[in-house]
Ligand binder design. Sequence first.
Ligand SMILES: Nc1nc2c(ncn2[C@@H]2O[C@H](COP(=O)(O)OP(=O)(O)OP(=O)(O)O)[C@@H](O)[C@H]2O)c(=O)[nH]1
Ligand SMILES: [Mg+2]
Length: 245
Amino acid sequence: MSGKLAIQGNKYSVLLPTYNERDNLPIITRLLTKTFEEFDIDYEIIIIDDASPDGTLEVAKKLQEIYGEDRIVLRPRAGKLGLGTAYVHGIKNAKGNFIIIMDADMSHHPKNIPDFIRKQNEKDYDIVTGSRYINGGGVYGWDLRRKLISRGANLLADLLLNPGVTDLTGSFRLYKRHILEQIIEATVSKGYVFQMEMMVRAKQFNFTVGEVPITFVDRVFGESKLGAGEIIGYLNGLYMLFVSV
Ligand SMILES: Nc1nc2c(ncn2[C@@H]2O[C@H](COP(=O)(O)OP(=O)(O)OP(=O)(O)O)[C@@H](O)[C@H]2O)c(=O)[nH]1
Ligand SMILES: [Mg+2]
């Protein structure tokens, strides 16, 4: 399979937002570079660190020394400003005509990226989204509570907004760069609801969306942040979209 995905002129910019990912960052970076090299794909990895107290940025600088400045791009910010604006900040100066968004905590595996690219090539999709909820996808390491919350969040959003995508809250996605810029521009929510709104906007704009199965693995290092506040925030955001879109 190696080498077959390279299309002349295509470049993939991976946006990796990080907050306290010191232990995960070297592993995900190695797996990313390995995957891209194996398939002879042009890439850059853009790390957007929000002044993580655990020293993630220092680790990122070391990685930049190892892999080179054309492969590892650092776009740090002075404080924890949240995921939505981290993507906006990361896209500025991104060199790729495609953008891949994924978590840096090893919940998303770089080995799936060739599937995203292959899928995109199939029908020249504007967006390809990773789904835990189609055949071949799944979730590992979550307890029943977390599974139910994720399923519930997806079912509810699907019922109210019907964007036609099976995994709305996931954040492992490939976008044409100009499409992502347009969607982010239109997206107003913050927090967990942000990923879901992006798919609702995509439908609104009639962008084409392909899906590939992914297995999501719960983080091993670092701390989870899903609490009651996030759930309430999600429900609020969903309601706002329901009445406004
Ligand atoms: N730059 C930046 N990155 C963030 C921020 N919040 C989270 N991240 C990163 O965004 C990605 C997803 O966040 P997670 O904390 O893993 O969120 P989650 O996957 O919903 O929840 P858990 O994995 O259970 O903690 C990870 O790579 C985080 O390090 C932020 O405010 N700024
Ligand atoms: Mg995570």
